[in-house]
Design a protein around this ligand. Structure first.
Ligand SMILES: *[C@@H]1O[C@H](CO)[C@@H](O)[C@H](O)[C@H]1NC(C)=O
Ligand SMILES: *[C@@H]1O[C@H](CO)[C@@H](O)[C@H](O)[C@H]1NC(C)=O
Ligand SMILES: *[C@@H]1O[C@H](CO)[C@@H](O)[C@H](O)[C@H]1NC(C)=O
Ligand SMILES: CC(=O)N[C@H]1CO[C@H](CO)[C@@H](O)[C@@H]1O
Length: 777
């Protein structure tokens, strides 16, 4: 029952007074005293005899199996500390901590209660639950925000427990110490100045808790403040303006530049993505931007000539949409990618061949779309042409001639203009210009020969060709078209045109009439070759016509006179000896050469053998002596023959009278002379009359035709009279006997030879030739 009473005594500890009246004793003693420390003297306090304690077997009992914290010195009666007493262990946070003992004495049994109040000493320091306190505070926290810090714990109680806290000096936080309802104290960090994660990402604050004991004890903890990011920073580009220079024609995918920005924030707040903000559509097609890396690459064709500078803005945006932008300027540098282009602005084509050196033929413009050196263009043409390029203003060049042109040598030029720029590598282009040289009539026709000789046998057919002349003119078309004509002139007082005609186109020279070698043997004409240019150029050549003889004339016997006209008689002396010259036959032949080489023969004679005739001289000689037996009248028929092929001959009769006296000769008369004379006169009269009549008729016809034409004009005669139509240079000659107008035709020797000086009309009878000279009606 006592034991349980002691246990219960703990429960109503507060109710009991320390010094109870039942012989009990109370002590108060600090904890943690050394073993053997004397708490008090029980023997004295209880009034017991110390010497008897041992005898009475005094002992201190504790309840249960609790440790024996205290004991009694039996020899002195002192109540002493037997074991270390730790108040905190025994009583924790209880304000009152009382240990109860029983002092048991035997013989007689005596029981005394001893209560020992353990006094707290400041033997514990304030302790924070963890070594470090981690606090995460958003940087966006406002001033005044409070953050509670776990309280420090001190096992001691009362004044020895945590009394206050102190915070290490810092910029941002102040400490406010709070007391709970239970009375314990804790600290609160009060944000005194806003945090900036970007400035200071974490803070370490030393918080010290102190108790109220003496000596004072303290415990510290490190408050680790991590400043949490708030998206309070926009991305910031490293450069305000990015500049890059890029050659044109850079391949797709070429990296242009990389923009980068930093965002002081972290996490999503600091994750920057890039995109184009302000840019033209054109620019948009040419560049792409990697949203994550900020690499800008070429995505389209870059053409310096199209656009030499690109400007755009790139926006950098963080995860929560804060953004900023930067300007990007990209300069495209020129690459020599455009060949020069040659424009032919004007061209004089064809150029007349007489253009003087230095004549401007064309204007050329050269353009190169590149810039600077790449657009510096040099222009040239090939060497071997008489042209050059003269630089003019800007990129203009004049194409001028450098020398004389001669169409007859070179009529076409292929001028290749080459333009090369000064880029590296240089580009060039060329253009071919066709130039023709226009003809100028600068070449007179030139005869192939210095002079021409023609041989014509006489009695030729009118219209037969005599020879032909050819002249060449290297000029073009009409400037080189040669027309032949005869130079007017006279041969023996007769116009040359009555002898020859020339075909204006072919140069074939025709005889207009039959020539007679016996009339003239040669003549000269001048043939003019004239071109058709304007003005025309001409040259002339001499054509010598030699008429060759034909045996067309019979020998003509001059003596003796032809038969019938006179009876010439030669007297032969009777005494003539053989070999004496009797007479001579004289004959001539109009032909020449062999054709006129005459031989004489006696064809028939009265007394053959009496006379001989010299073969070539025609001298008639006696062969024998004349004798009486010979007949007085001797007739010789002499034939005179030329040597032509075939030969012609004439005969005559030589009357010889062998007599010494002329009176002996009978019947010598001459009648025919007068008769023929009067006949000739009457023929002449008739001829005169007919010519006069013809002439008169002719005049009348001309007048009539003229009159008719005028009437036609006046009265607008609708009736065409085909027969009255006459070609301008053609004269129809009325049939008045001499001309056969019934069947005449225009005997142009060559078709279309209107350029011939004359025409002739051939009558039905092929042998008669009429020449009609230029009567213009
Ligand atoms: C000029 O050039 C053209 C084509 O380039 C060619 O057909 C012609 O034969 C050339 N002419 C000359 C005279 O070289
Ligand atoms: C002939 O030459 C003249 C100048 O003398 C020129 O005007 C004309 O065009 C030339 N004719 C031809 C067909 O070339
Ligand atoms: C004929 O040619 C010569 C030189 O060849 C020239 O002197 C003369 O004037 C020319 N005659 C005519 C009529 O053209
Ligand atoms: C057991 C014990 O502590 N005895 C002590 C009691 O007191 C005397 C005198 O002070 C000591 O000598 C003993 O040793």
């Amino acid at each position: 029952l006592q034991g349980s009473g002691l246990v219960c005594g703990v429960a109503f500890f507060f109710l009991l007074p320390l010094h109870s009246a039942y012989g009990d004793v109370s002590y108060s003693f600090p904890e943690e005293m050394k073993r053997g420390s004397v708490i008090g003297n029980i023997a004295k306090d209880l009034g017991l005899e110390a010497s008897r304690l041992s005898a009475r077997n005094a002992r201190v009992d504790t309840e249960g199996n609790r440790k024996r914290y205290c004991d009694i010195n039996l020899s002195t009666g002192d109540f002493i500390v037997a074991e270390r007493v730790d108040r905190e262990e025994l009583c924790g946070e209880k304000m009152s901590c009382i240990l109860r003992f029983d002092l048991v004495l035997e013989s007689p049994l005596e029981l005394h209660r001893i209560s020992l109040q353990i006094q707290d000493i400041n033997d514990n320091t304030p302790i924070f639950p963890k070594d470090t306190i981690k606090l995460e505070i958003a940087e966006s926290a406002f001033k005044g925000a409070r953050f509670r810090v776990n309280a420090a714990h001190d096992a001691d109680i009362g004044q020895n427990a945590v009394q206050s806290y102190t915070l290490q000096r810092n910029d941002h936080f102040a400490l406010s110490v709070q007391t709970t309802v239970a009375g314990s104290k804790y600290g609160e960090l009060v944000l005194d100045k806003e945090l900036d994660r970007e400035q200071q990402q974490e803070l370490k604050l030393l918080l010290t808790a102190v108790d109220g004991g003496t000596p004072q004890r303290s415990g510290t903890v490190v408050i680790h403040v991590t400043v949490l990011d708030a998206n309070d920073n926009a991305p910031v580009f490293n450069q305000a303006v990015y500049k890059a220079s890029l050659p044109e024609n850079s391949p797709l995918g070429t990296l242009v530049l990389t923009v980068s920005s930093t965002d002081a924030d972290e996490g999503m707040n600091g994750e920057v993505t890039y995109e184009f903000s302000r840019m033209s559509d054109k620019t948009r097609k040419v560049f792409t931007l990697n949203h994550v890396t900020g690499e800008m690459t070429v995505a389209g064709a870059l053409d310096y000539e199209d656009e030499s500078k690109y400007e755009m803005f790139i926006e950098g945006k963080d995860g929560y949409g804060l953004s900023s932008d930067t300007k990007v300027i990209i300069d495209i540098t020129d690459v020599n990618d455009n060949a020069p282009v040659i424009y032919l602005q004007s061209l004089t084509n064809p150029i007349p061949e007489n253009a003087s050196p230095g004549t401007e033929v064309g204007i050329i413009n050269v353009q190169d779309r590149d810039s600077e050196n790449n657009r510096q263009v040099r222009c040239s043409i090939q060497q071997n042409v008489p042209f050059k390029l003269v630089p003019s203003i800007k990129n203009y060049y004049s194409l001028v001639t450098t020398g004389e042109l001669d169409r007859e040598l070179v009529s076409d030029y292929n001028i290749t203009i080459t333009a090369t720029d000064e880029g590296s590598p240089p580009l060039s282009s060329s253009k071919s210009v066709q130039l023709s040289v226009a003809d100028v009539n600068d070449n007179p026709p030139v005869f192939e020969e210095q002079s021409y000789k023609a041989h014509v046998t006489e009695n030729n057919n009118p219209g037969s060709s005599v020879c032909s002349v050819t002249a060449r003119d290297p000029d073009w078309r009409q400037n080189g078209t040669v027309i032949y004509s005869l130079l007017p002139g006279e041969v023996n007082g007769v116009p040359v045109s009555s002898f020859l005609s020339v075909n204006g186109e072919t140069g074939v020279i025709h005889a207009v009439r039959s020539f007679d070698y016996e009339q003239f043997r040669s003549f000269k004409v001048h043939v003019v070759a004239r071109d058709n240019g304007s003005p025309p150029l001409s040259s002339n050549v001499t054509v010598s016509v030699f008429i060759t003889d034909v045996n067309d004339n019979s020998p003509q016997i001059l003596y003796p006179a032809p038969e019938g006209n006179s009876f010439m008689t030669e007297l032969v002396p009777k005494a003539a000896h053989g070999g004496s010259l009797v007479s001579k036959v004289i004959a001539v032949d109009a032909d020449s050469g062999q054709n006129a080489w005459l031989s004489y023969h006696i064809v028939k004679s009265t007394d053959p053998g009496l006379f001989t005739i010299a073969l070539h001289s025609g001298e008639i000689r006696t062969q024998r002596d004349i004798s009486e037996s010979h007949s007085m009248k001797q007739n010789l028929i002499v034939s005179v023959k030329d040597n032509g092929q075939p030969s012609h001959s004439a005969t005559c009769t030589m009357y010889l009278v062998i007599s010494d006296n002329l009176a002996e000769v009978p019947e010598l008369k001459d009648l025919s002379y007068d008769e023929s004379n009067s006949k000739l006169t009457s023929y002449l009269i008739i001829a005169l009359v007919s010519v006069s009549t013809f002439f008169l008729t002719f005049i009348i016809v001309i007048l009539a035709v003229r009159f008719c034409r005028r009437r036609k004009l006046l009265f607008d005669g609708a009736v065409a009279i085909p027969s009255a139509y006459l070609p301008p240079n053609y004269a129809e000659v009325d049939g008045t006997g001499t001309l056969q107008s019934t069947y005449n035709y225009d005997a142009y020797l060559t078709a279309g030879s209107h350029t011939s000086n004359f025409k002739f009309i051939r009558s039905y009878n092929d042998n008669t030739l009429m020449l009609v000279f230029g009567f213009e009606l």
